[in-house]
Design a protein around this ligand. Structure first.
Ligand code: ATP
Length: 239
């Protein structure tokens, strides 16, 4: 069994003729926050979609030692691998509470477990508790992101994959969201964080990968990546 919680090796993902992910290798240990940064179209969303089982892929894809190929999305969620998609994908016409309950996903979940998880989400996001009867499409951008994370927590993730949680949010709200992400890690949830906001991602992660046109261009401790002149010039606006 591999020591890494998530092990991705020489992974390839294509859309027809377009090779979007070309031989990516990445590993994440339990308790880590690992970030993947890179420009638009680098293949970040595609990588997460493949890990989640939303797209077919070739290569090594293992979670806690188990080969993920052949497991459908629901089976991956049951094992604790959960994605918060870039588009949040909330049900706008439904209430905050309904969205959270739908996040529990597994039909086999006992109602007392569901209740406990809901309580924990409300404790983490008091704003959602205050607004539990409010329609999701009337929430602010930051609240919507909180709801998307809260919904993912309802399925009891061990590894949470976040696709651009800072997208479209004001800098102060980005700070709040990333503080929440670090808090989750402190509570035992490992995190794979995909971000175009390189500065915020590197500040919040232990290790980072730079993805460019479907390949890993750089990898290292987030702190050393943040001081790498190549990263500074391209992703941190000159530092
Ligand atoms: P962004 O930050 O803009 O979401 P990204 O790094 O997540 O970018 P992807 O969305 O994974 O990048 O896209 C990687 C490549 O795959 C791009 O060239 C994109 O045009 C292509 N691509 C993505 N989705 C599809 C699709 N459904 N069909 C064909 N090509 C696609």
């Amino acid at each position: 069994m591999s020591a890494a919680m998530l092990e991705i090796g020489d992974l390839h993902v294509s859309y027809g003729q377009v090779d979007a992910v070309r031989g990516v290798s990445l590993s994440l240990d339990k308790g880590q926050i690992v970030s993947v940064i890179g420009p638009n179209g680098a293949g970040k969303t595609t990588l997460l979609a493949a890990a989640m089982g939303l797209l077919p892929s070739k290569g090594v894809l293992r979670f806690e030692g188990e080969d993920l190929h052949g497991l459908d999305v629901e089976s991956r969620v049951e094992r604790g691998l959960v994605l918060v998609p870039e588009k949040r994908e909330l049900f706008g016409e439904l209430s905050v509470l309904d969205n959270l309950q739908l996040g529990a996903f597994s039909r086999r979940l006992r109602s007392d477990v569901l209740k406990k998880r809901l309580g924990a989400v409300y404790e983490r996001f008091p704003r959602l508790a205050e607004r539990k009867a409010q329609r999701a499409d009337t929430l602010s951008g930051g609240e919507r992101q909180m709801l998307a994370v809260g919904r993912a927590l309802m399925s009891g993730p061990r590894l949470l994959m976040l696709d651009e949680p800072s997208l479209g949010l004001a800098p102060l709200i980005v700070r709040d969201i990333l503080a929440i992400v670090r808090g989750l890690r402190d509570d035992g949830v490992s995190i794979l964080l995909v971000e175009q906001n390189a500065r915020a991602a590197l500040e919040s992660s232990d290790e980072g990968y730079v993805l460019e046109t479907g390949e890993i261009a750089l990898h290292g401790a987030s702190q050393s990546l943040a001081s790498d002149p190549r990263v500074q010039a391209t992703y941190l606006g000159g530092g």
